[in-house]
Design a binder for this molecule. Structure first.
Ligand SMILES: Cc1cc2nc3c(=O)[nH]c(=O)nc-3n(C[C@H](O)[C@H](O)[C@H](O)COP(=O)(O)OP(=O)(O)OC[C@H]3O[C@@H](n4cnc5c(N)ncnc54)[C@H](O)[C@@H]3O)c2cc1C
Length: 568
């Protein structure tokens, strides 16, 4: 018979009962840093292009490293929005409740003008400065990055439409207000886009929602044509936004409309939220299915020209996602470097182990390349109006950057999670949230294939576009023969893609790498540019699909990681 275990009151009482071990070798949390001032790549970019913005960038960069703000991001994603279709008396209200952390984040984003600086700043290159803010905000919390990006793009549509002048003003305001008041009564507004329907979001020509002309009426002192919409939208993020750009068919023509949720007389428009999506990432943000049934909307642009109108805003959202994915990658790198530097394995910090040094350095190079690519497109966006060369460059480089940065983000997030080991796969760790978030930017506002198709369309429509891309890197030709050979290869691939859509992805990737290479040669230390060229552009000695394959030395890798460190 087994002997009974004897009860020892000294061991089994109080806290001593659980004191089996000492907690050792857990990595430190990455906080207490400034994601702008401590990031040498970003700070140098701002010094070069928009020195006037460094104060505000630094203020926002401090938030990314602030433990309280990081906790807000966690809370907003753990306590997901809840749909309230009806009030307790049975009246439809179609509203969503958020955790206070969501509103705190929105308040901070608006206060720091993440959504609006491009339209409010009078200094040079405001889109560039605003892109840096968005890059930083995407290291704070990505769910709120959706409404800030949409507000940024929406201003372009408001500014062209006289009846929407109150919206153009309120979308630039920096005092966030969560209420259902009419636009004239609000301090600021939040704006959404509702295009995607059940049958497919890429081919918007198949839009099923219909619009019937209702009446001619006044809207904030301007005579407009009102239409009644009938139909559905299968994805509609931020359904509590104050108004939405949307698409509906008038006869056979897809037309752009604007739907205010609250009408000028204070009554609520007919806007029915059917359910919220249970999403794999971006959980702080509400994304919904909605139904239009006699919903009042005012026409934006001419009947039948809706796709053109929406695409004119899409340039800005696509830029914002290229920037946002670069920011997300930067956050993943920060977390990985911090974790690997403050956890030991086999007698040394993980970051000091040779293979880990290669992984971290390779990630740092990828992040710097993504950052400079996105900012180069932001710079071109600042010169759309007055510079034909920059306009041609932006036309094609925007979908290139959207495709490539957004597609690289999941690979980077995966590798950063890998650096954390098992701790990274647990939801308490911010890298787990980032990993689930990472694919989203490549899906919405034009999927990967759609972006490559758009690159091809731009190249085919105007043959000077490819010339503009090659011209944009001409100043760095002759510096490195491997780079020069790559430019010829990228050009050949672009021609091949023009002849056959089957090759559009290969061409878009090569063009992205070509722009990144030029930016790194111009702005990065030689070790970084050389590591990039050797591993990504050279034929022989690099270019594998996975990170951690730099053909440089451990010494060089250590220098690259040290330069990328923001959290110490
Ligand atoms: C979290 C979330 C929030 C969203 N919020 C909004 C929102 O607020 N407003 C809104 O309007 N939409 C929103 N969307 C929808 C999003 O914009 C669409 O999912 C996207 O445009 C793709 O449309 P789809 O899902 O119908 O895919 P599909 O159009 O069915 O495409 C599926 C796949 O096929 C590929 N494909 C399609 N046609 C071709 C072709 N000719 N050649 C090669 N490949 C092709 C696509 O690239 C994609 O990879 C949201 C989506 C998500 C996930």
């Amino acid at each position: 018979m087994n002997k009974l275990v004897e009860f020892d009151p000294m061991i089994d009482s109080g806290s001593a009962r659980y004191a089996t071990h000492e907690v050792r070798n857990q990595a430190r949390a990455a906080d207490g840093f400034n994601a702008f001032a401590d990031d040498v790549v970003l700070a140098a970019a701002v010094r070069r292009e928009v020195p006037w913005a460094s104060g505000r960038c630094s203020a926002l960069g401090a938030l990314a490293g602030d433990a309280d703000v990081q906790d807000c991001a966690r809370l907003a994603n753990e306590h997901v929005p809840v749909l309230r279709t009806h009030d307790r008396f049975g009246n439809r209200i179609d509203w969503v409740e958020f955790h206070p952390a969501w509103h705190r984040l929105m308040t901070l984003a608006y206060r720091h003008e993440v959504h609006s600086l491009a339209w409010t700043a009078t200094a040079s290159q405001p889109h560039y400065a605003r892109a840096v803010l968005s890059y930083l905000w995407n290291q704070v919390e990505q769910g709120t990055g959706c409404p800030t990006g949409m507000a940024y793009a929406a201003h372009a549509g408001f500014a062209r439409t006289p009846a929407l002048a109150p919206w153009a003003a309120k979308v630039c305001a920096s005092e966030y207000e969560f209420s259902r008041a009419e636009v004239a009564q609000k301090r600021s507004v939040v704006v959404g886009y509702a295009m995607t329907e059940k049958q497919g979001g890429s081919d918007l020509r198949q839009t099923q929602t219909t619009a019937c002309r209702s009446h001619r009426g006044d809207y904030h002192g301007v005579a407009v044509d009102w239409y009644a919409l009938t139909g559905h939208k299968w994805f509609c993020s931020v359904p509590v936004a104050d108004g939405f750009f949307t698409l509906a068919k008038v006869g056979a023509g897809v037309t752009c409309f604007f739907v205010p949720r609250t009408l000028e007389d204070g009554s609520y428009n007919r806007f029915f939220i059917q359910r919220l999506k249970d999403k794999c990432g971006n959980r702080s943000n509400a994304s919904s299915e909605i139904e239009y049934a006699g919903t009042l909307a005012l026409r934006v642009g001419d009947e039948g020209h809706g796709l053109r109108e929406i695409l004119s805003h899409a340039h800005l959202t696509r830029l914002d996602f290229a920037v946002g994915s670069a920011g997300l990658m930067r956050q993943a790198l920060t977390l990985a470097v911090s974790h690997a530097s403050t956890r030991n394995g086999f007698g040394a910090a993980l970051s000091a182990q040779p293979m880990m040094a290669n992984v971290l350095a390779d990630m740092a190079i990828e992040v710097e390349a993504a950052t400079l690519l996105a900012l180069r497109v932001a710079k071109a966006t600042d010169h759309l109006a007055g510079n034909a060369f920059e306009r041609a460059f932006a036309r094609v480089a925007t979908p290139i950057a959207k495709y490539f940065n957004c597609s690289r983000a999941p690979a980077l997030a995966y590798e950063a999670l890998q650096c954390h080991g098992g701790n990274g796969f647990v939801e308490e760790s911010p890298i787990a949230r980032l990993y689930r978030e990472a694919p989203l930017n490549s899906v919405w506002e034009g999927t990967a294939n759609m972006m490559c198709m758009d690159v091809r369309r731009a190249l085919l429509k105007d043959r000077t576009t490819l010339a503009a891309l090659v011209e944009a890197v001409v100043d760095v030709r002759g510096v490195d023969t491997r780079y020069d050979r790559f430019v010829s290869r990228a050009t050949r691939l672009a021609e091949r893609a023009c002849a056959d859509e089957f090759f559009a992805r290969a061409a878009t990737e090569a063009l992205a790498r070509m722009i990144q290479g030029a930016e790194l040669i111009r702005h990065a230390p030689q070790g970084v540019a050389d590591g990039f060229i050797a591993s990504r552009l050279a034929d022989a000695d690099g270019g594998t699909a996975l990170l951690g394959s730099l053909p440089t030395s451990k010494h060089d890798a250590d220098l690259i990681v040290e330069r990328a460190r923001v959290s110490r």
